[in-house]
Write a protein that binds this ligand. Structure first.
Ligand SMILES: Nc1ncnc2c1ncn2[C@@H]1O[C@H](COP(=O)(O)OP(=O)(O)O)[C@@H](O)[C@H]1O
Ligand SMILES: [Mg+2]
Length: 445
């Protein structure tokens, strides 16, 4: 075992977790990449700095920030929110154990020479908005949305995903203990937060709007030389529209961002969902070109699933699971999705387009978006791989979402439960149709 660099971490372990390297730091804490040997996984451990806790004036506040975050252990389960696995609040060693996010933070992409493509910024904004919708529905306001608290997942140096983190300032609307607020960077703070006014989801919306503004233009929406001037400007000064700082941008982008940055919370978006949809529609309406992004964005897949009858009872977290774990494919008209006599164990949900089902050369059904095909292989498994009993052909260009029994098995229990509910719904409808057909045989002719 190699000892960690002492200049980085003057200890080899935090609790049972072996320290590998330092990942970052904030005002009150340091975060280390650690090895959880017991569960054989890497984790991020956030440790309150000794000096911070011992501070005679502010020490007890730091403990409260820590406690606020530690209270969320196991509570936040969303693909775009950093999970908190565990916490230790021994006075001599307070730390939180979190999911490790391999990447950096959005802070790296605020500099004018490091800006991300616009379509990616919009996509990341959509994911953050949906994540904060989830957080808000848990009765929580983050209060410290800023680039350094939005962690990026990076693959080969490219940002592929984002996760909201650092709940040290969280306001729990359901708790009745006094909740202190640490004074962080003012840059992304809403006017009402500066004013000590009542906070709502709209305060985090302002902050996310300010982060997106910074990512788009390379400048925060408000800048000033002193804190006092900064506060005055946040409260009163108009913001320069982003298009004046990043050129050849459609005015629709200004509209979406500036609405979140309105000085009056009641003039911002009414809900996170509305903000998220406004961001997503920039791409669907082609106000933001797709650039080099994958053909179908995660946000588009998410929004597509939400509209399908099959997924009616799935919540957002479960829908994101489907976005990430399903196999998404597109096929042209005439494509044979299944052939009679062929072996196959996967099933498909038609996300777009339409197909026809043929038995013995006779058309028996037309299936449209939201419908299920091939599920018998999953529902009635036998030792032998099942042979398909019908031919299935695309009569419009189709997008399919496919699972095998194995990939379905990788979903969370809750998500699999939703699939089973949806399957039962489909089967009951088919049974009903079969009864109808039997009692009115002439109708099927
Ligand atoms: N789960 C994580 N995975 C990877 N890096 C992290 C993780 N959590 C935090 N970091 C890094 O540590 C920094 C500080 O963490 P943060 O929770 O924001 O602490 P503070 O409350 O002191 O601001 C972050 O800006 C980021 O660089
Ligand atoms: Mg932080």
């Amino acid at each position: 075992m190699t000892a960690p660099d002492a200049s980085v971490a003057p200890f080899t372990h935090i609790g049972d977790y072996r320290v590998l390297r330092k990942l970052g730091e904030g005002a009150t804490s340091e975060v280390f990449l650690c090895r959880d040997e017991f569960r054989a996984r890497d984790v991020a451990v956030k440790r309150v700095r000794d000096a911070a806790v011992r501070d005679p004036v502010d020490g007890r506040y730091y403990s409260r920030f820590f406690a606020a975050e530690a209270a969320l252990v196991g509570r936040l389960q969303h693909p775009h929110v950093v999970q908190i696995f565990d916490a230790s609040d021994k006075p001599e060693e307070q730390y939180l154990v979190m999911e490790y996010v391999p990447g950096s933070t959005l802070r790296n992409y605020c500099r004018a020479d490091q800006l991300l493509p616009l379509e990616l910024i919009v996509e990341l904004g959509f994911k953050c908005a949906m994540a904060l919708d989830y957080v808000f529905r848990q009765g929580l306001i983050h209060r410290d949305i800023k680039p350094a608290n939005l962690l990026t997942v990076e693959v080969n140096g490219h940002v592929t995903d984002v996760k909201v983190s650092d709940f040290g300032s969280v306001l729990n609307l359901g708790a009745d203990v006094t909740q202190v607020h640490r004074v962080g960077s003012l840059t992304y703070m809403s006017p009402e937060q500066l004013d000590g006014g009542q906070l709502n989801a709209q305060s985090d919306m302002y902050a996310l709007g300010a982060v997106l503004y910074h990512l788009i233009t390379g400048h925060p929406p408000v800048e000033a030389d002193s804190q006092a001037a900064m506060i005055q400007r946040i409260l009163h000064a108009p913001v320069v529209p982003p298009s004046e700082r990043r050129h050849s941008m459609h005015p629709a982008v200004d509209e979406v961002i500036m609405r979140a940055l309105n000085k009056r919370p009641e003039h911002r978006y009414e809900s996170w969902e509305e903000f998220a949809n406004a961001l997503a529609s920039l791409v669907t309406n082609r106000h933001v070109p797709r650039g080099n992004m994958q053909v179908v964005l995660d946000s588009e897949r998410f929004n597509l699933l939400r509209k399908l009858d099959f997924f009616r009872n799935f919540d957002d977290v479960e829908l994101w699971e489907v976005v990430h774990q399903a196999r998404w494919q597109r096929f042209p008209v005439g494509h044979k999705l299944m052939k009679r006599g062929e072996r196959g164990r996967d099933f498909h949900i038609i996300a777009q387009g339409a197909i026809e089902v043929y038995r013995d050369g006779k058309k028996v059904e037309t299936l449209k978006a939201g419908m299920l095909v091939g599920e018998m292989a999953y529902l009635a498994p036998s030792k032998d791989t099942r042979l398909r009993t019908a031919d299935v052909v695309a009569i419009e260009p189709i997008t399919t979402i496919s699972f095998t029994p194995e990939t379905l098995g990788q979903l969370s229990l809750a998500c699999r439960g939703r699939f089973n509910e949806a399957f039962i719904g489909v089967l009951v409808r088919r049974l009903h149709a079969a009864h109808e057909a039997l009692s009115h045989p002439q109708r099927i002719l």
